[in-house]
Design a protein around this ligand. Structure first.
Ligand SMILES: Cc1cc2nc3c(=O)[nH]c(=O)nc-3n(C[C@H](O)[C@H](O)[C@H](O)COP(=O)(O)O)c2cc1C
Length: 186
């Protein structure tokens, strides 16, 4: 029997019609055998507020997200690009989840993926996301880089990724994530 890993997908957009949620769906569908894929939402996470944390500790939505990250062998994080960086909601979710002790990104294999209607396909946002996760000792896959530009032409009306070259990039990303995660698990 081949080894199985648990992967948690985190979408960096709240939008119902989010291309990045579609990309996350594609990551789950195109993952190799032996990947159990689950996605979560970051919609219920409040703005980070140190006063709130000091008075009440972590909100339930953050406790839940942290537990899911801890339980996963690896993560896939999709990010939109907003003004050449990651979305505010994703940064906010990472900030909350990263609070000590035992911040859950530490030593976690992570694949990042992004798509935008523009030609650059989140290249600038992904560079920032790498930097943020490196600060948390997240083990972001060095290669492949997967940026899906011109998103409006890559997904169909049902939200399925239908562009064959893009599907191949996502497939390769998920194979690389599985291989890397099994190596790290020893
Ligand atoms: C405030 C704002 C800033 C944006 N800045 C960029 C940008 O810098 N680069 C880019 O490619 N797209 C940019 N866009 C367009 C987003 O890529 C597009 O809205 C995308 O569909 C958002 O991701 P989602 O479909 O997953 O929600 C921006 C959109 C908004 C609302």
């Amino acid at each position: 029997m081949s080894a199985t890993i648990k992967v948690l997908g985190i979408p960096g957009s709240l939008r119902a019609g989010s291309f990045n949620r579609m990309a996350l769906r594609a990551a789950g569908e195109l993952a190799p055998d032996g990947v159990v894929f689950e996605t979560c939402e970051i919609r219920d996470i409040p703005f980070y507020d140190g006063d709130l944390e000091a008075a009440h500790g972590l909100p339930a939505s953050v406790v839940e997200l942290r537990a899911k990250i801890h339980a996963a062998d690896a993560l896939v994080i999709t990010t939109p690009e907003y003004n050449a960086s990651i979305s505010g909601v994703l940064k906010n979710a990472i900030d909350w989840a990263s609070r000590p002790p035992q911040q859950p990104f530490d030593g976690k294999p992570i694949a990042i993926l992004g798509t935008s209607p523009g030609a650059l396909g989140t290249v600038r946002a992904q560079a920032h996301l790498r930097q943020i996760l490196a600060n948390l000792n997240g083990l972001v896959l060095v290669q492949p880089n997967v940026m899906i530009g011109n998103a409006g032409q890559r997904f169909d009306a049902s939200g399925a990724l239908v562009d064959e070259p893009s599907k191949e990039f996502v497939r390769n990303l998920m194979v690389a994530l599985k291989t890397f995660t099994l190596k790290m698990k020893g």
